[in-house]
Design a protein around this ligand. Structure first.
Ligand code: LLP
Length: 428
């Protein structure tokens, strides 16, 4: 569910007309719904109510300071993957003591910074990293809280670029090697405090089954580690998938209610119902690291049509956003609904919607039947709140778009559009 819908023929975000935002702030423009962010956070929190838990928002999915500030106020912790993300969390008023630090390639500078800030746990991805963490902590006279990421070798059935829980992926430590590694750390690494165990099998999972499979597989290991090393938390990662097809329709509760149990996409309620009973009684704090679920459907990218180009084989709608603004279609064949801001009739035309970048991969859809829209009109690329702006670049020397946060009838700029001068700042 989300805060985008047609009212009296115009697409609104909560109570704000998206066209008025496009006119005022220009395009391309990211717009987020604060109400949707809060709603998603609270729904997931409620679904986990049966166990002691903490939601550590995956900052990589959307790291705007205002988004982080809103989630910190809701009580979120944060899952970070770089010193830069920790810096952002601190600037947004987040508490480092509620931060976990993931990633296979942490640098010395990042480790030192996170140690000095007192983060909750380093989620360590290899034996080599654990040894290095012990060394750096020792040199600073500190003890590093750590959890090792276990690779449970479970197939997440998602796009190959965002599947992480199989043995052939670069992430985590093999399931069978974890016990020996914890024993070694307890014996030989005095500057490591073994605080938990972490796992994450992939992103955009649309079925609860792989989550259940991973939890069941890893649970006995967690019990052993708790008994032997007194670990206090188990992070079961992120990965809850969202609706990309029918994104606009899925904003309303009726759309969900009309689905049979078999057809209904994954919900937090189903996730909680399947996962919580399996975690109850462990006596551990359960951490979750959702990114996409919280913010994905809470954001859209507005873009204006510049030209319609009728080729012999195809009709192209050329828009002013490109793959540098939203790379998901180019990188993962990601599907984003494309919706005119003026409510369309039932007629459809077969088109490619493409950006201005000099790459054939610069498209938002190919051979898709869409309501017709003309040069000058603005459309919304739906479900763009997660892995949208954060993956944007200056490719083709295009300034980064502005970002807006809507809350009820209010809207505010939470990041100004880059200027041409910003493009060359720092260059000599
Ligand atoms: N925890 C860890 C260790 C992760 O690697 C990730 C995502 C998450 C949590 C959050 O996963 P989520 O709940 O958002 O699915 N750029 C890609 C997604 C990359 C995901 C990377 N890791 C995309 O646009 O689909």
């Amino acid at each position: 569910m989300h805060g985008f819908s047609y009212q009296n023929g115009s697409l609104l975000c909560e109570d704000v007309d998206l066209l008025s935002l496009a006119e005022t702030h220009g395009t391309p423009l990211y717009v987020y719904s604060a109400g949707t962010l809060r709603n998603h956070f609270r729904r997931l929190d409620a679904a986990l109510a049966g166990v002691d838990h903490e939601i550590a928002f995956a900052v990589k999915s959307n790291s705007n300071l205002s988004v982080l500030r809103l989630l910190a106020a809701e009580g979120a912790g944060f899952d970070i993957v770089s010193g830069g993300e920790l810096f952002r969390v601190i600037k947004a008023g987040g508490n480092p003591a509620h931060c976990t630090f993931a990633g296979v390639g942490k640098t010395r500078a990042e480790i030192e910074y996170a140690l000095q800030q007192g983060i909750y746990s380093f989620n360590v991805e290899s034996e080599e990293e654990l040894v290095y963490l012990n060394q750096v902590a020792g040199e600073l006279g500190l003890v590093a809280p750590a959890a090792v990421r276990v690779n449970p070798n479970v197939d997440a059935h998602t796009h190959k670029y965002i599947s992480t829980g199989k043995s052939e992926n670069k992430f985590g430590v093999d399931f069978g090697a974890i016990e020996a590694l914890y024993d070694r750390a307890a014996r030989d690494l005095p500057n490591i405090k073994l605080r938990g165990l972490q796992m994450h099998i992939g992103s955009q999972l649309t079925s609860v089954k792989p989550f259940v499979e991973a939890v069941e597989k890893v649970k006995p290991l967690v019990e052993t580690l708790k008994a032997r090393h007194g670990i206090e938390f188990w992070s079961i990662g992120g990965g809850i998938g969202i609706v990309y097809h029918d994104s606009l329709e899925s904003g309303s509760p009726e759309w969900w209610d009309a689905k049979s149990d078999e057809e209904r996409p994954l919900t937090t309620e189903l996730y909680g119902a399947e996962i919580v009973p399996r975690l109850k009684g462990l006596g551990l704090k359960i951490l979750l690291e959702p990114g996409r679920y919280i913010v994905g459907n809470a954001g859209v990218l507005l873009t204006r049509c510049l030209y319609e180009k009728k080729g012999t084989a195809k009709t192209f709608k050329i828009v002013d956003a490109g793959m540098n603004d939203l790379i998901r279609p180019a990188l993962y064949e990601g599907h984003h609904e494309i919706v005119p801001l003026k409510q369309p009739g039932t007629e459809r035309v077969l088109v490619d919607v493409v950006g201005p970048i000099c790459e054939s991969g610069d498209f938002f859809c190919q051979n898709r039947e869409l309501p017709d829209f003309q040069p000058g009109e603005v459309v919304a690329l739906m479900s763009a709140g997660a892995y949208g702006f954060v993956m944007a670049s200056n490719y083709n020397s295009r300034p980064l778009p502005a970002e807006i946060l809507v809350d009820g009838a209010e809207s505010k700029v939470i990041r100004t559009r880059q200027t041409l001068e910003d493009l060359i700042a720092g260059e000599l």
